[in-house]
Design a protein around this ligand. Sequence first.
Ligand code: PMP
Length: 303
Amino acid sequence: MKEVYFKGGFVPFKEAKIGVMTHAFNYGTGVFEGIRGYWNAKKGQMYILKMAEHYERLIKSCNILKINPGKTVDEMCRITIDLVKRNGYKEDIYIRPIAYKSSEVIGLGLTGLKDDILVYLAPFGDYLDISKGIRVCVSTWTRISDNMIPARAKITGVYVNSSLAKAEAKENGYDEAVMLSADGHVAEGSGENIFIVRKNEIITPPLHHDILEGITRSSVIDLLREEMKVGVIERLIDRTELYIADEIFFTGTGAQVSPVIEIDKRKVGTGSVGKITAKVQKLYFDAVKGENPKYSAWLTPAY
Ligand code: PMP
């Protein structure tokens, strides 16, 4: 990484450092986003996926945490395009904006503190095995709920909850974890939303059920409706529905569309990538890589 957007300007990566007393570092009082840039070698273009949607969600997260990002969605998009150009990668990237409580003081709270925003990016390939599928467990860690730390805000501190689940899964030989909400229903993965297929119905937990309001989740719902003519049912999912599902897949900016082939040592369907999952995965990749003009509005060319 050559340059980072930091404290109002572009600086070399090595110079972008925060102080030890920074509020967000001490208390987790930051909000962030993860945005993918897909490099299309044939077209010599970097496509930033759903950039405005990510910054709109960042601003909503800011509002929940009383952070003033000091920039509009348009301004943040312009900064991001500039940053992508300055770094000049010719491979897939991951863009990470963070808005955070930047005051260097001891003491809890959200008001009377300075706020700041930074953006960095890094080369980034596939986060989970999207071709063979992944093996997952149901975590012993419960997903935080709205009145503890709001899950719909992408708050840095929330990711302690996700990291505990992911670490436990990895330590026990799984690729990823499914987290249950405090009421025992399926919430989401440690960093992705979940869909299950049962008897040709596609089901995902509703937005008011302690999940991040995933941008990929909504892209996939659109693709299923538009291209495959199937609606997605949003309802609570029992843990044991995972064990009898025909197909399961995760969606997320990092995870993209990741097939789940095993859960808690039980095969999902036939134990290989499901038909609907494979189809929606192909549709998703064509759209995000700039291969389907119908979805060009999802993409911002950076170069
Ligand atoms: N849930 C959590 C906890 C996440 O961290 C993410 C990744 N941002 C998602 C779901 C998926 O959200 P999106 O599709 O917007 O990346």
